[in-house]
Each structure stands twice: as structure tokens, then as C-alpha cells.
Design a binder for this molecule. Structure first.
Ligand code: 5AD
Ligand code: SF4
Length: 469
């Protein structure tokens, strides 16, 4: 392998149809953006001749696409890397080469530190430069510890393989499409503006082209994703500005697209036209993930969220006026520096006032380099744990109440895969709930009206009433 890159060899073997074609395993940690990036890296590997490996043990190229949002996310990756080093050394003794890549936000944030902590790593590549993976692997053939954490001016998406043969590994029925990256909001607790950089929006034409090849691969639902997706400011082919509402309308107009979703949004970017899209665009799912983080105005100000609890409640009211059946979901942080019992109570009050269909709650985790990490009043771990438990219990009650309220209702379910039992299919309701029903596999990729007849801890049981309308 010293003369050619692993990718060159992979391409040759794939072209020859030989069994030697190397295998790539890409493991994703963290958010939806990483899931999307991992798929794009898998496309890249496929074009380069790699076949997909079922596990790291089975792979010649192992990519960990990492997360840095909380301390625990980063530590998990270092422990995984320790295990992979053993695998790599054992292989080496058997004369087989393994290439270990760390991609994603930990790579961006820690760069060379990763190589110091784990020298078995061959390549460190940030979220804005992973399109250069083939070149970086080529470099790694001749020297150890290749790092690329640039924010290059070139358009990463334009450099990634799209409809090239073999690239569109099947995405299933529902797929993510990155439409916006980065964040300019600088919430005091958050690493994203540093790891993902400034906000950029992809042009409408590039997004529609990608949706085009996704639907040809069988996708029927697209989730438009971005760190701050409702700050989307793209351009149409004539160079005119287009916001997220315009983009949603354009995506919904693709005939094969049955459903459109978007995430994650900031309250301050819930524009009038985006709220109106919830009323006007039939294919837009009645579901809004709108993180609020805290219900205390004092904490919201310290977090640099730039809105008050009442502003959030007013937005929720407007979205509900536009689309009465909309389901709300949110993210919360407990134990932010300076959070008192009264601040935490204000968060519980906000939760009670809204009634969420599902949510995520986290203990505040101090991240090096962010303003909140330097603040006084860091909250005791035990206090964080008990607040987290109390908030999660309330959110779980609300989730179950929401699910129970769906029993007896008819919902449009987009079926995605076979169920665990024969004769069953599983799909998603407009509200992201898993719904299983007795039905033929031919329903996969189809929307059907389903009457919900039961509810389990994590899913609804449905009876198919009528096929796609
Ligand atoms: N500590 C805990 N949770 C965090 N989040 C972001 N940064 C931190 C942090 N330092 C949470 C926020 C965000 C979600 C993706 O992760 O709730 O919305
Ligand atoms: Fe992080 Fe979201 Fe705040 Fe941006 S808006 S800094 S991604 S929490």
C-alpha cells in the first residue's frame, strides 16, 4: 500500500470486483448534523471503492465522527479510541493495516491534542474539511498525524460526491439535508460557534439538486437541518434572497416529497413567514423543535439567548394559532452557572405552560473557551442531578400524556421499515412518534392514514385505515 493510497487500491479492487476491496466503518456521535456528515463521508468512501463494514472489527478504515457539546461526549470518544488502538495494534501484528480517523467537532476543537492523547490516530479532520478525506488519507500513508481543521473558502458540498455511481448509499425513507451550517448566536454555554464556525447557507438550487437525488434513491421525507436552521438565508438561481419559509415551500413542491421537517431553530428567528408556513404548507409536519434552554429571564440573559420566557410563550402561541395541532419540543439545560432554585422553578413553570410532546434536558457542562465556563456560581453536581431528574420526570409525563392523547386519532404515517414481528411495518407520525401497524412491506415509502388504537412506552399501535391519499 505504500505506492498508492488506500483509496486507490480500493478503487482498483472494486473495479476488478475482487473480494479484497477494503471496508470502511463510520461511527457517528452527537447531533443530526453529524449523522448527515457521516453519510456524506460514506458516499465519499463508496465512490473511492470502499465497501461498508458492519463493525469496526471488520473495517480497514475507521472514522469516528465526533461530538464536543458536553464533556461526557468527548470523554466517550477518547475511551473508544483506546479500544481502537488495541484493535489496530493487534491487526498490525498480523500484518494488516488499519487507518483511524477522528472527524467532527472534537477534531475541530482539540486538533493536535487528540494525537497527543492517542497517537494511534492517523488523521484528524474538522467538519468543514472532510471532503478532503481522500487526500488526507493519501498523506497519512507517508507520515503520521495528519491534521486538517481549516475552514476553507471552497464549497465543501460542491466537492462531495452526489449522484456519482455508487455514492448514494440508500438513505431509507427519511433523510437529512444540511441547508445551513454554523452559528452566530454565541450562547454563553455553547461550543458550536467555535467548532462549526460562522453561519453559512447553501443555495436553494444545490439543496434542490440534493433532494432530487435523494428522492430518486427512495427518500420521501426530508428534514432540512442546520445548527440554526431558521437563520437560513440562501439565494435562488437569480440571486434573490430566500429564507427558510421559501426553502420549505420549494422542497415541498418536489412531487416525490411527502413530508418536510426542519431543525434546529432559535426562537429569535421564528419569522412571520416561517410561522405562516406551518399554516400554508401541507407537507410541512406540524412539529417544531424550538430549544428554550431555561424559563428564567435572569438565566436566559446570562446565557445570551436574547429573549425572555414570555417571548418564547408568545411565539408558541403564534405557531399554535397558525397550526393548532402543532407539537412542540425543546432542549433544556439545568444547573447553568448562577441558577437558583427559583430560576429552576421558572423552567418548570414554562414547561407546564407549554406542554411539550418530547424534549431533551441536559446538565450544564462547562466547556473550555466558552464564557459560561469562566463564570462564578457553578452549580454543584448533586444539585444538577436532582434538578435534571425533576425536569425529566415532568417532560416524560408530558410526553406520555401527548402520546395517550393520540389514541383514537387518525394520523398520516409514513412507513419506513419492517416491524420486529412478521407482517408489521413501522413508520412515523407527523409528530415523530414511532407507529407500528399490521400491513404489507409494500407500504414502506408510502404514507397511509392510521387510526391509533394503542400506546406503548415509546410507540403507538395503529390500524391502517386507508393508503396514501
Ligand atoms: N452543557 C449542557 N448542554 C449543552 N447544550 C449545548 N451546550 C451545552 C453545555 N455546555 C445543549 C443545548 C443545546 C443542545 C444541542 O445541547 O440544550 O440546545
Ligand atoms: Fe449553540 Fe444553538 Fe446557541 Fe448557536 S443558537 S450558540 S448552536 S445553543
Amino acid at each position: 500500500m505504500s505506492e498508492s493510497t488506500v483509496f486507490d487500491a480500493a478503487r482498483r479492487d472494486a473495479a476488478n470486483g475482487t473480494e479484497k476491496a477494503p471496508r470502511a466503518f463510520i461511527k457517528s456521535f452527537g447531533c443530526q448534523m453529524n449523522v448527515y456528515d457521516s453519510q456524506r463521508m460514506a458516499d465519499l468512501a463508496a465512490v473511492e471503492g470502499y465497501r461498508e463494514a458492519a463493525s469496526a472489527e471488520d473495517a480497514d478504515l475507521i472514522v469516528l465522527n465526533t461530538c464536543h457539546i458536553r464533556e461526557r461526549a468527548s470523554e466517550k470518544i477518547y475511551s473508544e479510541l483506546g479500544k481502537l488502538r488495541e484493535l489496530k495494534e493487534e491487526r498490525k501484528r498480523g500484518g494488516r493495516r488499519t487507518t483511524l480517523v477522528v472527524a467532527g467537532c472534537l477534531a475541530q476543537a482539540e486538533g493536535g491534542e487528540i494525537l497527543r492523547r492517542q497517537p494511534a490516530v492517523d488523521v484528524v479532520v474538522g467538519p468543514q474539511s472532510y471532503h478532503r478525506l481522500p487526500e488526507l488519507l493519501r498523506e497519512a500513508e507517508s507520515r503520521t498525524g495528519v491534521i486538517d481543521t481549516d475552514f476553507p473558502a471552497e464549497d465543501k458540498f460542491a466537492r462531495l460526491p452526489a449522484s456519482a455511481p455508487g455514492a448514494v448509499a440508500r438513505r431509507g425513507v427519511a433523510a437529512f439535508v444540511t441547508v445551513q451550517e454554523g452559528c452566530d448566536k454565541f450562547c454563553s454555554f455553547c461550543v458550536v460557534p467555535y467548532t462549526r464556525g460562522a453561519e453559512i447557507s447553501r443555495p436553494v438550487a444545490a439543496i434542490l439538486e440534493e433532494i432530487g437525488w435523494l428522492v430518486r434513491a427512495g427518500v420521501r421525507e426530508v428534514m432540512l437541518i442546520g445548527q440554526n436552521v431558521n437563520a437560513y438565508r440562501g439565494v435562488d438561481p437569480a440571486g434573490r434572497p430566500v429564507g427558510l419559509a421559501g426553502l420549505i415551500a420549494a422542497a415541498a413542491a418536489v412531487p416525490e416529497v411527502a413530508r418536510v421537517r426542519y431543525a434546529t431553530s432559535h426562537p429569535n428567528d421564528m419569522s412571520d413567514d416561517l410561522i405562516a408556513a406551518h399554516r400554508d404548507v401541507e407537507a410541512l409536519a406540524p412539529y417544531l423543535h424550538l430549544p428554550v434552554q431555561s424559563g428564567s429571564d435572569r438565566i436566559l440573559a446570562s446565557m445570551n439567548r436574547r429573549h425572555r420566557a414570555a417571548d418564547y410563550l408568545a411565539i408558541v402561541a403564534r405557531v399554535r394559532a397558525a397550526r393548532p395541532d402543532v407539537a412542540l419540543s425543546s432542549d433544556f439545560i439545568v444547573g447553568y452557572p448562577g441558577e437558583t432554585e427559583a430560576d429552576f422553578e421558572a423552567t418548570l413553570d414554562l414547561v407546564r405552560a407549554v406542554g411539550f410532546a418530547s424534549s431533551f434536558a441536559f446538565k450544564y457542562s462547562a466547556r473550555p473557551g466558552t464564557p459560561a465556563a469562566e463564570m462564578g456560581g457553578q452549580v454543584d453536581e448533586g444539585v444538577k442531578s436532582s434538578r435534571l431528574a425533576a425536569l425529566q420526570a415532568l417532560l416524560e409525563d408530558q410526553r406520555q400524556a401527548f402520546n395517550r392523547a393520540c389514541v383514537g386519532r387518525r394520523l398520516a404515517v409514513l412507513f419506513e421499515k419492517p416491524g420486529r414481528r412478521e407482517g408489521q411495518v413501522i413508520g412515523r407520525s407527523p409528530y415523530m412518534q414511532a407507529v407500528f401497524a399490521e400491513g404489507p412491506l409494500a407500504l414502506i415509502g408510502e404514507m397511509a392514514d392510521v387510526e391509533n388504537v394503542g400506546v406503548g412506552p415509546n410507540s403507538l399501535r395503529g390500524r391502517i385505515v386507508s393508503p396514501a391519499s
